[in-house]
Write a protein that binds this ligand. Structure first.
Ligand code: C2E
Ligand code: MG
Ligand code: MG
Ligand code: MG
Length: 280
């Protein structure tokens, strides 16, 4: 790429690479201390039933407000946590925290937790899940683990075995960001995912009258149905997108239109108050 840009641009990459490495090291040191310093927090984003528009689950999304670096985007610190394997202890914290919060919601509302490939490849990961459930008292069927297609890239066999162990506990597993990865469809044949989450790029593409995105969502919905899996459309931002997604037959909707990721206390009051007001 540097070649395409021609000229002397490659000279500029050297100092900036050093700066990035230095910056990364600082960020890593801070991230190492983040749990102990209470800098991590979970936000919860509602997922609604596409027809009734009632909340069926919340996805737990990690936030890092660093004393040294301020608010750091997950797009930046999650890959860093994965590269350094800090995602293993951090992910364990996330699981416990998410399960604990979910015990405060009505029984029919699930919590979805993102799990990285590095976590799945840990030999004792299923035990970590068991411990989170046991310590918090959350019923296994209320926990949904979200993985992306990329978890099958490095050691597909181990990832698959761990996911089967998690399913055997009674938890469900969702396939996140579907359509953006590189994996084959083979694992859809043998792993019983509960849900396929259609990546937001398709959802947002479809609303721009893009026939290709529409066709792909339609095909994913049909495939999921015949595999007895549900579909969640990610990234629904307005009423038009919600209507279109409903028409295409997605089971569930997640996106800013129905709610942004919010503090635990707000999520809690949403499901408690929401129910009371509907019942009244
Ligand atoms: P994801 O699992 O696909 O989560 C959905 C992302 O889409 C979230 O970004 C959410 O804020 C964003 N989103 C939701 N609705 C909309 C919408 O209507 N429009 C737009 N433009 N965006 C929307 P977020 O919170 O920045 O997280 C980014 C990614 O970081 C997540 O993608 C997930 O892969 C990863 N991540 C977050 N928390 C964790 C965690 O606890 N563990 C692991 N391993 N990964 C996590
Ligand atoms: Mg997710
Ligand atoms: Mg996603
Ligand atoms: Mg993602």
């Amino acid at each position: 790429r540097a070649k395409d840009e021609g000229g002397n641009t490659h000279y500029c990459y050297v100092p900036s690479l050093h700066a990035n490495a230095e910056e990364r090291r600082k960020l890593e040191l801070s991230l190492r201390r983040a749990i102990g310093q209470n800098e991590l927090e979970l936000n919860f984003q509602p997922v609604v039933n596409a027809r009734s528009e009632t909340v069926v689950s919340f996805e737990a999304l990690l936030r890092w407000n660093s004393e040294e670096h301020g608010f750091v985007s997950p797009a930046k610190f999650i890959p860093l946590a994965e590269d350094t394997r800090l995602i293993v202890p951090i992910g364990e914290w996330v699981l416990h925290e998410a399960c604990r919060e979910a015990t405060r919601w009505p029984d029919d509302i699930k919590v979805a937790v993102n799990v990285s490939g590095e976590q799945l490849l840990e030999p004792m990961f299923a035990n970590t899940v068991v411990r989170a459930l046991a310590d918090t008292g959350l019923a296994p069927h209320r926990l949904e683990v979200e993985v992306t297609e990329s978890v099958f890239l490095r050691d597909g066999r181990t990832a698959r075995q761990t996911l089967e162990e998690i399913m055997a506990l009674g938890c469900s597993v969702a396939l996140d960001d579907f359509g953006t990865g590189y994996s084959s469809l083979g694992y859809l044949r043998t792993l019983r995912f509960s849900t396929i989450k259609v990546d937001k790029s398709f959802v947002q593409g479809a609303s721009q009258e893009n026939q290709e995105s529409l066709a792909i969502i339609r095909a994913v919905v049909a495939m999921a149905r015949s595999l007895e899996m549900t579909t969640t459309a990610e990234g629904v931002e307005d009423a038009d997108q919600a209507a279109l997604i409903r028409e295409l037959g997605c089971t569930k909707i997640q996106g800013f239109y129905f709610g942004r990721p919010m503090k635990a206390i707000e999520a809690r009051s949403l499901v408690v108050k929401g129910r009371n007001s509907r019942a009244a």
